[in-house]
Design a protein around this ligand. Structure first.
Ligand code: CDP
Length: 228
């Protein structure tokens, strides 16, 4: 069967990563979380005092871009892909609300995007990958054979993020999460470089009222249809 690139884009917290991960596992493809890369850059900024108040020191960040190496590896215990920042596992830290608050601003910077996009294209050289994000079908892989654009209402998405943070032992505030989801939607859709939008040839998936099983089935059908 021919190997393809599967691009999954969409709004924050609509379950793209869960969906992309399980699809990759089911079809034996590699999974790449492009959002994790922007999150790791945001974490680097927080740790290296490149953020004051809510302003990023873009001059220093640009100078330090070469010091930021982001890679993925399989966790030996769970086999899940984890994100490494300069060789150190930061998978837990990059999911914090502190990082979520800054990530869309970091991801709006053109020099950050061009560096990440280059690394992402290298990851897709062999095909046989599923990558999720905001601009995968529009900018990173405009020729991807299968493109999916996922959406769900902001309230459903905030609830999902709330449940996720709660399950890992955090003490989240639903309203704060909803605000963050809406703010990131706004920044992602209105930024100048590669704004979040559905590629013309992407399939639209609104999963507000879909179970995980229904979604998996739908994805599998699309995969089969696109690799025939
Ligand atoms: O998990 P969630 O959907 O909330 O976000 P994410 O995929 O972890 O991405 C975090 C942030 O990175 C997004 O809100 C975007 O601002 C940015 N991002 C981006 O600009 N381009 C991508 N390809 C992926 C993420």
């Amino acid at each position: 069967m021919k190997k393809i690139i599967i691009a999954i884009d969409g709004f924050s917290s609509c379950g793209k990563s869960t969906m992309a991960k399980s699809l990759a596992r089911n079809i034996g493809y590699l999974y790449f979380d492009s959002g994790a890369m922007y999150r790791a850059v945001a974490l680097y900024c927080l740790r290296n005092n490149l953020i004051e108040g809510d302003k990023i020191d873009t001059v220093k960040l640009r100078e330090q871009m070469d010091n930021i190496k982001i890679t993925f590896e399989a966790d030996p215990a769970t086999k899940n892909s984890v994100t490494l920042l300069n060789g150190v596992n930061v998978e837990h830290e990059i999911r914090s609300l502190e990082v979520s608050r800054m990530v869309s601003q970091v991801a709006a910077l053109d020099f950050v995007r061009s560096e990440m996009v280059e690394q992402q294209r290298n990851m897709g050289k062999q095909k046989g990958i599923v990558m999720d994000g905001r601009d995968i079908g529009t900018t990173v892989f405009p020729d991807a054979e299968l493109k999916i654009f996922v959406t769900a209402s902001a309230e459903v998405r905030a609830q999902r993020r709330y449940d996720e943070l709660k399950a890992r032992g955090d003490n989240p505030d639903y309203n704060e999460i909803l605000e963050n989801v809406q703010l990131r939607d706004h920044i992602d859709q209105t930024r100048e470089v590669s704004p979040l939008k559905k590629a013309d040839d992407a399939l639209l998936l609104d999963n507000s009222n879909m179970t995980r099983e229904e979604q998996e089935q739908w994805l599998k059908e699309q995969f089969i249809a696109h690799t025939r």
